[in-house]
Write a new protein. Sequence first.
Length: 206
Amino acid sequence: MNGVARFLSATALAVALAVSLAPGCSTNSGTAGGPVSRLIGRALAPEPDSDETFPLADQVVVLLTYDEQGNIVSAEVGTTDANGRFVVDVEAQAVVAVVVGGMTDEGDTDISGLFNPDEAEIEKDLDEATSIACVAGLTAIGDGLITEEQLNAERVQNLEEASVEYILANPDFDYYSETDRTSAVEAVRDATDNGAHPAASDAFTA
């Protein structure tokens, strides 16, 4: 199983194991000591065959962090509200991922995004582009090509901007297709050298 598939499976498992849903969207990661960063945003899933999105409302929120051995640790940290909004408090560290899993007309899905929690408050909405970038960044770490410390704000931005460009360049891209998502992640990683630099302007054109 390749890095992309391993992460997608791990994400699905993390969501499935999140059994104690907290009411509302205000959450706490349970960290103790050290500065805390508050992550705020909305999880927005793409509407099939449309440029519109819809909120993943009242859905579980999972926080992915790294332990001292570099392993991904998952924790259920609450639920989104009726507008797909989440609030997650996390101790400052190199990089974390927020994953919102839910059910849509297309079946099980998740929307995710990377955060570098080094400020008191960070706001970012999560969508299909941040989700591609999230998997790209975490699988680059999982494949041993970069460390979590190297997945800094600049790399995250490069991955997210490239993900947007990939989607725009591929009008038939279907986020709900595992094959399409895997191709997008691989293309974004390749075009940015795992986020090291922005994708070239013609990276995703035929």
